[in-house]
Write a protein that binds this ligand. Structure first.
Ligand SMILES: C[S@@+](CC[C@H](N)C(=O)[O-])C[C@H]1O[C@@H](n2cnc3c(N)ncnc32)[C@H](O)[C@@H]1O
Length: 335
């Protein structure tokens, strides 16, 4: 299980509520986060979460926050944002005591919005197969780094695909199965993101927050993020504030119709409940667009193939399962 949007809303992972399962107390949620999410991936977060689970002062602090703001990812990122370092439990206890109001402010204002450009490597083969050119609409775009799919270059087990920006990162992805290897990057003539809270790649503060959302022990991701930030500063993209369901039709209506209009999302739908996911699917069905969903297995609950994989599932138009994908874009297993 991964740290961002790995499992359905309210069901662990981070359906907007990473490490928070309904009916489970905060201490137990931190223990589960340590065991299920951080173990094997971030030893620092694993031991910190276990320590928080036994720390009355920090648990008392968390009890004063709205339930959806008590998640480990948010607390730890906020602490690192304020301290510029990964704290141990003593440091965290000091922060809670000495900078209480500031910590509350950051946790209330900020969200877990990790933006992973490497996910582009797993959606590129699906985009490449579509009639070109493309008009891309990404819902839950965060800072918009996955909208730059044509700017990055790709290394698929030594098969190189060259993107439009030679300075943008090269994203490596291991392929399994008969993946239709992209012959190039798609021709994107229009792109637009939607997010409840767009982050601005031009803002050093937002970039600092995005960096703090990357778990300690995953430093390669920080480098990639910085390269994506630089690419986004060279090639600004628009991510408008809005909701993936309520505001989608307006954006679709603005897209050029001489292009294949693609609505896509990665690590987003787990943040909304099952009813809203179903309404989103219904709405897309009537829009005449191509829909690509790259979400944790089980998030598209109506798919019989939503099974036990701990990866994401790449699905076209809500029904056709194309591939299993690594949540951080490191591998792609075509069906
Ligand atoms: C984990 S981030 C993923 C960002 C990006 N798609 C990626 O894969 O790197 C999830 C994003 O979805 C956004 N989000 C959650 N619920 C949303 C909604 N109802 N409407 C629009 N955006 C939403 C969050 O604000 C956050 O930026």
């Amino acid at each position: 299980m991964v740290g961002e949007a790995a499992s359905p809303a309210g069901g662990g992972g981070s359906g907007g509520m990473s490490g928070l399962e309904p009916g489970v107390g905060t201490a137990e949620n931190y223990r589960r986060f340590a065991r299920r999410e951080a173990a094997g991936r971030s030893p620092a977060y694993e031991s910190l979460a276990l320590a928080v689970a036994d720390d009355e002062a920090i648990l008392g602090f968390l009890a004063g926050l709205p339930a959806e703001k008590r998640q480990p990812n948010l607390l730890f990122a906020a602490a690192r944002y304020l301290l510029d370092a990964v704290p141990d439990v003593t440091g965290l206890r000091h922060l809670v005591a000495d900078r209480h109001d500031r910590l509350v402010k950051v946790m209330l204002e900020r969200r877990t919005q990790t933006n992973e450009p490497a996910r582009c490597a797993t959606i590129l083969p699906a985009l490449w197969r579509l009639p070109q050119p493309l008009a891309l609409i990404e819902v839950g775009a965060s800072a918009g780094f996955t909208l730059l799919v044509d700017r990055y270059s790709y290394d698929y087990d030594g098969n190189m695909v060259t993107g439009a920006d030679p300075q943008a990162p090269i994203l490596s992805c291991h392929l399994e199965g008969r993946v239709p290897l992209p012959g190039g990057v798609p021709e994107v003539i229009w792109r637009q993101g939607i997010d409840l809270n767009p982050l601005d790649p031009a803002s050093d503060d937002d970039v600092r927050w995005l960096e703090r959302l990357i778990w300690p022990g995953e430093e390669g991701r920080v480098e990639r993020l910085r390269e994506a930030v630089a690419a986004a500063r060279r090639y600004p993209i628009t991510v408008r504030r809005g909701d993936l369901l309520d505001d989608l039709a307006a954006v679709v209506s603005e897209a050029p119709r001489d292009a294949t209009v693609v609505v896509f999302h990665t690590a987003v739908l787990a943040y909304v409940d099952a009813d809203k996911r179903a309404a989103f699917a219904d709405a897309l069905g009537g829009m005449g667009v191509t829909w690509l969903s790259n979400e944790a297995s089980g998030v598209l609950g109506w798919l019989p193939t939503a099974t036990d994989s701990d990866g994401f599932v790449l699905v076209q138009d809500g029904r056709t399962v194309l591939a299993e994908t690594d949540p951080h874009g490191r591998w792609l297993r075509w069906r």
